[in-house]
Design a protein around this ligand. Structure first.
Ligand code: ADP
Ligand code: MG
Ligand code: ZN
Length: 592
């Protein structure tokens, strides 16, 4: 059988040999086993079901979530001389009848279908009479409610398979699956003792970097990065359509051949822009995450994220579109705190859309956080907590001073990853270790004292108390009577925040989720105070410390500015809400 597989590989696809893992998986499919293949984008998962489909008798059903993807794959197969067809809502009823007839004729080898088709009566009667060689489920993570792009229609797959007169082998394929999602896929698709292959997620040719420019310098930072890659092909991901328009305009004004892609453009324009990018007429693509799934461009030399995605899965999937040909490529994320707020806003919003609610508490209120979450059923609340946790992990990635590559690999459950990689911006930066034990003690004491008085506070309030703010609210609430009031009066707010964030990252403190997150001390934090532990932070050597910690402007001014900045942000978020709502058929939390 494997000889036949080799022959088909050469004959139809023109490849000399199988890649590691491909032959093993194919062998199992041909033996009749269910398989679950978790391999990074570009690893060559399609052949795992295409080759067995070609050399076996009967028809293979391939469930695929994207109409555009289906069409491309089928035309590529047809060009290679493989008989394949697809069935989805993009073709007329007459054409659909023709496809069904063709599929029933016995000469067609692969039929691609959208999951929505699985309970169409005529399709079902085909599946009950035709001989099926296998059922393949591409992008299988879509079946998991824990995956980042869950498609409810994927839940029909299990009952579809169960309804078949003779159960063929089932292949599930995905590029993104944490161990949790893997289990979920096997369970939801009712795989039978599947041969599971999880191949390394490490892509050694990718260099990872995080840039943390001053918000005002963000555009300049992007221009610098794009200039550093002059003449190369790359993708710049933005979180909204308006950011895409803005960034694409900026790059074009500066003489770069850039084009754009987002769901707000007409299909014809999207298609034309995509072609411009694929054929290097416009080597820079500025896009929302609507762009990329199934795009097979091997010479992408850089992927820059102008906005932070809301989870590491999405980030790695998008960044992973760089360097698919194996040449060195850069994946750079431009971090800005505002993006965290935007992501949290969207998580909150989709929670509200699912029927959950937030009690109306303010960050300044004593009860903040206590009843921040109300009225949700358990499942909705669990999804909310998971989304918040994912966002937290994404922020840890952006603010970490440890190896970025091993952070990602550990996230995906690869525990044997090295601590340093020499090919990420953190490993190639010299950090200075600074002992901040005294500052850590003061911050932790402040949180502990508040808790002892049954009070909880967000980061901003903690900083204000420690610095001895004279604000009316502080006095009105009696915070100026605390023993920790003003004990860090001489330390810049930014510096306190930095240490506070480091304490959160190291689990000495936790920040609760919700509209008004509050900071609480953990068992580890309490033990630190009791046992007089020591605490260190890492500061990049090349930046003089003043630059990292100096507080911009005078306090009064800064405060005035920030409230108008907040109002501006709120307006932006409101606009975003409408933009997202109009995104046809895509739930808000998927767009980002
Ligand atoms: P995935 O679905 O895992 O992202 P694809 O199946 O789309 O990956 O394959 C990615 C690329 O790798 C395609 O261009 C494909 O032609 C190429 N490829 C797959 N298998 C082989 C092989 N054995 N030898 C050479 N190229 C291969
Ligand atoms: Mg694929
Ligand atoms: Zn590293």
């Amino acid at each position: 059988m494997l000889e036949q597989a080799q022959k088909a590989l050469k004959e139809y696809f023109g490849h000399q040999s199988f890649r590691p893992n491909q032959s093993e998986l194919i062998e199992h499919v041909l033996k009749g086993d269910d398989v679950l293949a978790v391999m990074p984008t570009g690893a060559g998962k399609s052949l795992v079901y295409q080759i067995p489909a070609i050399i076996s008798d009967g028809l293979a059903i391939v469930v695929s979530p994207l109409i555009s993807l289906m069409k491309d794959q089928v035309s590529a197969l047809n060009q290679a001389g493989v008989k394949a067809a697809f069935l989805n809502s993009s073709i007329s009823p007459v054409e659909q009848a023709e496809v069904l007839e063709y599929a029933a004729s016995g000469s067609c080898k692969l039929l691609y279908v959208a999951p929505e088709r699985l309970d169409a009566p005529r399709f079902l009667s085909l599946c009950k009479t035709a001989r099926l060689s296998l059922v393949a489920i591409d992008e299988a993570h879509c079946v998991s409610q824990w995956g980042q792009d869950f498609r409810p229609s994927y839940l029909r797959i299990a009952s579809f398979i169960e309804g078949l007169p003779k159960r063929p082998p089932v292949c599930a394929l995905t590029a993104t699956a944490t161990p949790e999602v893997q289990k979920d896929i096997a369970r939801a698709l009712e795989l039978r003792d599947p041969f599971t292959l999880v191949s390394g997620f490490d892509r050694a040719n990718l260099h990872f970097g995080v840039e943390r420019p001053d918000p005002k310098a963000k555009r300049a930072c992007l221009l610098r990065l794009v200039r550093e890659h002059a003449g190369q092909a790359g993708i710049v991901y933005c979180s909204t359509r308006s950011a895409v328009e803005d960034v694409c305009g900026l790059l074009c004004e500066n003489g770069f051949a850039a084009t754009r892609y987002h769901a707000g453009l007409a299909a014809s324009e999207r298609h034309a822009n995509q072609e411009d990018f694929l054929f290097d007429r416009k080597p820079i693509m500025v896009a929302t995450n609507a762009f990329g799934m199934g795009i097979d461009k091997s010479n992408v030399s850089f992927v820059i994220h102008y906005n932070m995605p809301s989870d590491v899965e999405s980030y790695y999937q998008e960044a992973g579109r760089a360097g698919r040909d194996g040449s060195p490529a850069d994946c750079i994320l431009i971090y800005n705190k505002k993006d965290v707020q935007t992501c949290q806003f969207l998580i909150d919003k989709s929670y509200e859309d699912r029927g959950g609610g937030f009690a109306d508490t303010g960050a300044w209120s004593d009860s903040a956080g206590e009843s921040a979450l109300a009225d949700a059923d358990g499942a909705s609340r669990a999804i909310y907590d998971r989304d918040c946790d994912r966002l937290r992990q994404m922020v840890f990635y952006c603010t970490s001073t440890d190896c970025l590559r091993s952070f990602i690999l550990r996230y995906f459950g690869q525990t044997d990853s090295p601590y340093r990689c020499e090919n990420c911006s953190n490993c190639s930066t010299d950090f200075e270790v600074e002992d901040v034990t005294v500052e850590a003690q003061k911050i932790l004491s402040c949180v502990l004292r508040l808790a002892q008085r049954d009070r909880r506070a967000g980061k901003a309030l903690i900083v204000d108390i420690l610095r001895g703010s004279k604000a009316e609210k502080i006095r009105a609430q009696g915070y100026d009577g605390l023993t920790t009031y003003g004990i860090m009066g001489a330390v810049p707010a930014k510096r306190i925040r930095y240490v506070l964030d480091a304490l959160i990252a190291e689990d000495y403190l936790v920040q609760t989720a919700g509209g008004y997150p509050v900071v609480e001390i953990t068992g580890k934090g309490a033990a630190f105070l009791k046992e007089r532990g020591s605490f260190e932070i890492k500061v990049p050597k090349r930046l003089p410390k003043e630059e990292v910690f100096v507080e911009p402007g005078r306090r009064g001014e800064a405060r005035g500015r920030s409230s108008s900045a907040d109002a501006e942000l709120f307006e932006k978020l409101k606009a975003l809400r409408f933009e997202l709502a109009s995104e046809a058929g895509v739930p808000a939390y998927i767009v980002f």
